[in-house]
Design a protein around this ligand. Structure first.
Ligand code: NAD
Length: 316
């Protein structure tokens, strides 16, 4: 009997036929749902007799998992799985898998782009010029500045590699790495306080955990230089957005570039309207290359989990 696999992410298989072929060859019948239109009840209903789920940023709660009695695997079409109830999945014997190598180059590219964009106010200047202005806009250089990386995993390393092109000094705070691992990646291991105090650009690349939630709070922002910029392409909850608003409006830091927010879409978040902020709508992984990689990996995770009980990249 074929496996029913719910595809609950809009970007899956949009850049290549291969992920659909992987599912078909693995005996899966994909059921694509419009995740923007689907209520929680409808989501639970379509999963009721599903064997597998390929999901994007849509939360997968304990209730949804409990209702899906045949479910064997939840395959994240990306990296971060903080919106999936991992405990509930584990308790029900549902494997959770992700695509760890699919998109780090895309996120690292965007991070460098955001650094330059906020340092030179590129979006604001572009908007002004399109509106008929031709002023003398002035910014700061990224060249030879100090970069502070919070988290040196796949994305952090990708950013460190790119930063060498800008001749940046790279400071790293990552409590799970050795000094040698950080030095191999071209960085210098420091405590978080030192990183915050020294860096011209503080860039976040840690996962969202109890430990990292609001790690950039009032106190952390106070430690940063008034000329420094915060870049967040990791998860919005790493930053206390209210404290960030204060820091940005009181001259505590020079600016911020954000791809991720506490609430997405951020709606009425006060940081959106600030002149020293550059924002993108969680597009870190949105490139043709990353979508193709993630879709193929997500499909392989599902097929292998359904056929052998073990996905290619298991999270839990
Ligand atoms: P990764 O797992 O390869 O690396 C994460 C690193 O963070 C690891 O080296 C880990 O040791 C470190 N870390 C863990 N706890 C830490 C802490 N308390 N302080 C400092 N460092 C800590 O993950 P990755 O692929 O590099 O991705 C990083 C994060 O970026 C993901 O967790 C995800 O939330 C986010 N992300 C965002 C997008 C986007 O679209 N903007 C796309 C992909 C990933």
């Amino acid at each position: 009997m074929p496996y029913k696999v719910v595809v609950a992410t809009r970007s899956f298989g949009t850049t290549s036929q291969e992920p659909w072929d992987v599912l078909a060859e693995g005996g899966c019948v994909p059921v694509a749902v419009d995740i923007l239109q689907l209520t929680d009840e409808e989501f639970a209903e379509v999963l009721r007799d599903a064997d597998g789920l390929i999901v994007g940023r849509r939360p997968v709660t304990a209730d949804i998992i409990a209702n899906a009695s045949r479910l064997k695997v939840i395959s994240m079409h990306g990296v971060g799985v903080d919106h999936i109830d991992l405990e509930a999945a584990k308790a029900q014997g549902v494997a959770v898998a992700n695509c760890p190598d699919a998109n780090f180059n895309s996120v690292a590219d965007l991070t460098l782009g955001l650094m330059v964009a906020v340092a030179r106010q590129i979006p604001q200047v572009s908007q002004a010029v399109q509106g008929g202005e031709w002023g003398r806009f002035s910014g700061v250089e990224v060249w030879e500045k100090t970069l502070g990386l919070v988290g040196l995993g796949r994305v952090g390393r990708g950013v460190a590699r790119r930063a060498t092109g800008f001749q940046m000094s790279v400071l790293v705070y990552d409590p799970y790495l050795t000094v040698a691992e950080v030095e191999d990646a071209g960085g210098r291991m420091v405590a978080l306080d030192e990183l915050l105090a020294e860096a011209d650009f503080v860039s976040l690349h840690a996962p969202l955990t109890e430990e990292t939630q609001h790690m950039i709070n009032r106190e952390a922002l106070r430690r940063m230089k008034p000329t420094a910029y915060l870049v967040n392409t990791a998860r919005g909850e790493l930053v206390d957005e209210e404290a960030l608003y204060e820091a940005l409006t009181q001259g505590m830091i020079a600016g911020a570039a954000l791809d991720v927010f506490t609430k997405e879409p951020p709606g009425d978040s006060p940081v959106l309207g600030l002149p020293n902020v550059v924002v993108t709508p969680h597009i870190g992984a949105h490139t043709r290359e990353a979508t193709t990689n993630a879709s193929i990996m997500a499909a392989r995770n599902v097929v292998q989990a359904l056929q052998t009980g073990e996905p290619v990249h298991r999270v839990i």
